[in-house]
Design a protein around this ligand. Structure first.
Ligand code: PLP
Length: 392
């Protein structure tokens, strides 16, 4: 699925965002036109829209094995992470002031941790192994009687590693500590049951599952102590003020409805395409490193470093060949920094700079994968030929 530019582009960046599904767009459209009313209004259209929101809430809840009242709609994954972490830490701060997370979390969690630390909270950032896995034993050791919350992501957005959340959740539960997971990359892509996985709070973002941007949800287990993050009106049972993003909420629920259909088959299909891509790359290009766990991995994630290749040049060369992809490196304060995830799994910065993330989606075909397998060796060989550090 390309983005409408002249050359037909192959979109390989579904972890960044996904195209809005046609059925999602169609489900949302009436709420941007005739059904524009405010769900808090007492006249009939307001009441009708309120009912539609509650139906959407039930849809999202059912997908997680949760109760509708346990779902809060908000603006996306970042707000969900912030709400969960700050909400619990502020609520419990008189007795508990310790927060545990890990080194490869999304910035929505890591920056929140830094903010809390600056306010005087204690923060433990656990390391990960060379595949990006958190050791549940480390979580157990880090928990003290001051620990309020453990937050470990369900799957990593860069390297695709799926964490042992069930075990981490069980440990947290046994120790009487809340467990939050950032499921932005897994919600709608892997089956999730919050009871089976021992999860108290879970962050969701619609635009990662063919829904619209700027809307998401936070699952909060009944009874969880949490202060309100956004103050104002009484929406979302006084847990998140502001007039609801009605069209967005309807879009999220429609995306969930679509995600449920054939989920297992889609997981199998993507896993096979993913492995075809990884095996094809390591079979044809020398001096490459596959990042992330080969088994405990998102079905759609390929992340590989190419020695003596600069990530940004690689992305531009791929773009020129009709492929939209991403690298692991992020720009901060004008200077390009190696990805915090890739350095946390032990890669040297010069290797981490040569990373390529290809994330597959519903529209990805075997032909697209094979096209990339055909052009990538040529692109890498051209870049290496120009590299002063390539001795190949
Ligand atoms: N958490 C993870 C793991 C993500 O991948 C993202 C988005 O890239 C976010 C949080 C932030 O979500 P949003 O863009 O909805 O704020």
């Amino acid at each position: 699925m390309g983005q409408g530019s002249k050359m037909k582009m192959i979109y390989m960046d579904h972890a960044a965002t996904t195209p809005v599904h046609r059925c999602v767009f169609e489900a949302m459209a009436p709420y941007l036109k005739d059904k524009f009313g405010n769900p808090s209004s007492l006249y009939s259209i307001g009441r009708e829209i309120k009912k539609d929101i509650e139906q959407a809430r039930a849809e999202v809840a059912a997908f997680l094995g949760a109760e509708p009242e346990e779902i809060i709609f908000l603006s996306g994954g970042t707000e969900a992470d912030n709400t969960a972490i700050k909400g619990v830490l502020f609520a419990l701060r008189d007795k508990k002031d310790h927060f545990i997370t890990c080194s490869i979390e999304h910035h929505a969690v890591l920056e929140t941790a830094i903010f809390l630390e600056n306010l005087g909270f204690k923060v433990t950032v656990l390391p990960v192994d060379s595949n990006g896995l958190v050791d549940p034993g480390d979580v157990e050791k880090a928990i003290t009687d001051r620990t309020a919350l453990v937050s470990i992501m369900h799957a990593n957005n860069e390297i695709g590693t799926v964490q042992p959340v069930e075990e981490i959740g069980r440990i947290a539960q046994e120790k009487g500590v809340y467990f939050h997971t950032d499921a932005v990359q897994t919600f709608g892509h892997l089956p999730i049951n919050v009871d089976d996985l021992n999860i108290d709070m879970l962050a969701v973002s619609a635009h990662k599952l063919y829904g619209p941007k700027g809307v998401g949800a936070l699952y909060v287990r009944k009874g969880t102590k949490m202060t309100q993050f956004m103050h104002g009106g009484g929406q979302e049972r006084h847990r998140r003020a502001s007039t609801e993003n009605v069209a967005g909420i309807i879009g999220l629920a429609k995306a969930v409805e679509l995600a449920k259909v054939g989920l297992d088959e889609e997981i199998t299909r993507l896993t096979s395409l993913r492995d075809r891509m990884i095996d094809g790359i390591i079979g044809t290009i020398e001096k490459v490193h596959v990042n992330g766990d080969r088994e405990k991995r998102l079905p759609n994630n390929v992340n590989i470093c190419f020695e003596a290749v600069e990530g940004e040049s690689l992305l531009l060369a791929l773009d020129g060949n009709g492929v939209e992809a991403s690298s692991g490196s992020a720009c901060s304060s004008g200077a390009s920094e190696p990805s915090h995830v890739l350095t946390a799994i032990g890669l040297a910065p010069e290797i981490a700079f040569g990373s390529l993330r290809l994330t597959l989606g519903k529209g990805t075909t075997k032909e697209e994968v094979d096209y990339i397998l055909e052009v990538l060796p040529k692109v890498i060989s051209n870049l290496r030929a120009m590299s002063p550090v390539w001795s190949g």
